[in-house]
Design a protein around this ligand. Structure first.
Ligand SMILES: *[C@@H]1O[C@H](CO)[C@@H](O)[C@H](O)[C@H]1NC(C)=O
Ligand SMILES: *[C@@H]1O[C@H](CO)[C@@H](O)[C@H](O)[C@H]1NC(C)=O
Ligand SMILES: *[C@@H]1O[C@H](CO)[C@@H](O)[C@H](O)[C@H]1NC(C)=O
Ligand SMILES: *[C@@H]1O[C@H](CO)[C@@H](O)[C@H](O)[C@H]1NC(C)=O
Ligand SMILES: [Fe+2]
Length: 468
């Protein structure tokens, strides 16, 4: 009796084995690019590089950067550093159409110490009374060494408002990082704002996390971020936790240098927040802050998803540093507990696309979910395709000195649509309420070449139409 059932169960196991082999064959997912990269690790640009040049004049504002300053999009935070003394804390700004109506706003000034490094004077100025969809000029510093920049405010949130975002992650300050930035700037489809998915300067690769490398990074990216807002996500290279030398306050350099409009979205921490920008609602998560049930981040997110009005902002985008779905060996499943906590909400609230970095490569997933599993039902395989689920895009390929990751899970799982370890950036072009086009540009190609691209159909408006 028992041996017969053993036999039967052996046969069953054999059939299951055959089936799964077959499945592996069938599921052998999307495309793994054939491109083979060179094996050298990228070098950081030396301190005397052109991109790190200090602007002329004594105490002239440097490391100028802007980010969104309120929830609706008609606000900006303008930040800069003066190296020697506080200097002027005034921003003068005016709308292109009203040159005679110059206004001014005051910045706060802070400094911080990190081991034996003392920062310059870091200025942050919030301006939130701007008009939508306008060109503004702003000036900082004083007298002969005053510096002038400009930016565009986004259109007011709305249903069919086109808008283009750039996507950059894990950037660092190597020659490759400079190539990524140049490719982004030269891309004929350059974005109007950058969604930055974390890991900025990689200063923590230096002894005692030499914070001078935060300053060089600030000067390097100024050429873009002084003119269009970069939306910040905190990565692991922002933690700067170094108890051996007494540095026990996580995110100290990052939070002193890069402000976010977190209060405007009811968040209690600069590390997680949300913004509306044109037709997009963007939720920024911090995977290196507590996120379990009852934590401040959890409590905030619980309300946040319910707040999104898809008639006002049809596109729902999440930024988080560590990817939920990645098929590279390095960092494999690092965000698994985060995924278990939050994927349910992503599906329930019809998130369109989730952008992550961390894995130094590019990957785009199919629409996939893995939320059916309840311990006893055996449904532990990701569901592909799940038309209700977001697309997950890893864009941790900005060019930092840790280099690219080439080891991939083989065979390519069915939820992976395209993967390639090359440096590059992404562009997300929102066309209207139903359609957005995502493309990935590699540094080894021409400026207008897309190595991977996909039309995204809005989960709320497009998918609704399709499945009705
Ligand atoms: C900080 O300490 C490091 C290591 O001891 C040393 O090389 C560096 O010169 C110091 N920097 C300052 C500003 O004192
Ligand atoms: C960085 O890129 C810019 C623009 O392409 C170029 O002018 C500059 O020389 C580059 N600097 C380095 C150090 O590669
Ligand atoms: C959603 O936004 C639209 C457009 O702004 C507005 O008319 C509508 O009242 C909002 N819905 C809710 C529930 O607030
Ligand atoms: C939305 O944009 C897509 C792509 O450009 C286009 O094919 C479609 O007709 C547009 N929909 C509407 C309602 O305009
Ligand atoms: Fe990372």
């Amino acid at each position: 009796m028992s041996s017969r059932s053993d036999l039967a169960s052996n046969q069953v196991s054999f059939i299951i084995l055959l089936l799964s082999l077959l499945l592996v064959e069938l599921c052998n997912g999307g495309i793994t690019s054939e491109y083979i990269r060179g094996s050298n690790l990228p070098d950081d640009m030396p301190l005397d590089s052109d991109v790190f040049k200090v602007p002329p004049g004594p105490n002239t504002p440097q490391q100028v950067h802007i980010t969104q300053g309120n929830h609706e999009g008609n606000g900006v935070i303008i930040s800069w550093v003066t190296p020697v003394k506080p200097g002027s804390n005034i921003v003068r700004y005016w709308c292109e159409n009203e040159k005679s109506k110059k206004k001014q706003a005051e910045a706060t000034i802070n400094t911080y110490r990190f081991f034996n490094y003392t920062s310059g004077y870091i200025h942050h100025c919030i301006i939130d009374d701007l008009e939508f969809d306008m060109k503004y000029y702003y000036e900082i510093g004083s007298g002969k060494w005053r510096r002038r920049f400009w930016f565009f405010t986004p259109p007011k949130p709305g249903l069919d408002v086109p808008y283009t975002f750039g996507l950059i992650g894990d950037m660092g300050q190597t020659y490759d990082s400079n190539r990524t930035l140049s490719h982004y700037e030269m891309n004929p489809g350059e974005g109007q704002a950058v969604l930055f998915v974390g890991d900025l300067s990689y200063a923590d690769r230096y002894p005692n996390h030499d914070n001078n490398r935060w300053d060089t990074w600030g000067r390097f990216v100024e050429r873009n971020v002084a003119y269009q807002p970069w939306i910040w996500t905190a990565g692991n290279h922002e933690i700067d936790f170094l108890p051996d030398i007494g540095e026990i306050e996580p995110f100290k350099p990052f939070m002193n240098r890069y402000h976010t409009p977190y209060k405007a979205s009811g968040s209690t921490s600069p590390l997680w927040y949300s913004i509306k920008r044109a037709s997009a609602y963007i939720i920024i998560m911090s995977c290196y802050s507590s996120y379990g049930i009852y934590t401040p981040q959890y409590k905030w997110l619980e309300k946040e998803f319910q707040k999104v009005n898809r008639t006002e902002t049809p596109w729902l985008i999440v930024l988080v540093h560590s990817p939920f779905y990645s098929t590279y060996v390095h960092h494999y499943m690092e965000a698994e507990t985060l995924r278990v906590m939050y994927e349910q909400w992503f599906v329930e609230y019809k998130v369109d696309v989730v952008f992550a970095g961390h894995v130094h490569a590019y990957e785009r997933s199919e629409r996939v979910s893995n939320i059916a599993y309840n311990i006893v039902n055996g449904l532990c395989e990701p569901l592909v395709p799940d038309e209700l689920a977001p697309v997950y895009i890893t864009i941790g390929d900005g060019g930092n000195s840790e280099g690219l990751l080439t080891d991939m899970v083989q065979p390519q799982p069915s939820y992976s649509a395209f993967r390639e370890p090359s440096f590059g950036h992404g562009i997300l072009e929102i066309k209207n309420r139903t359609h957005a086009y995502f493309s990935w540009n590699r540094n080894q190609d021409g400026y207008s070449v897309a190595a991977d691209s996909v039309w995204l159909l809005n989960r709320f408006w497009g998918a609704q139409k399709n499945t009705a």
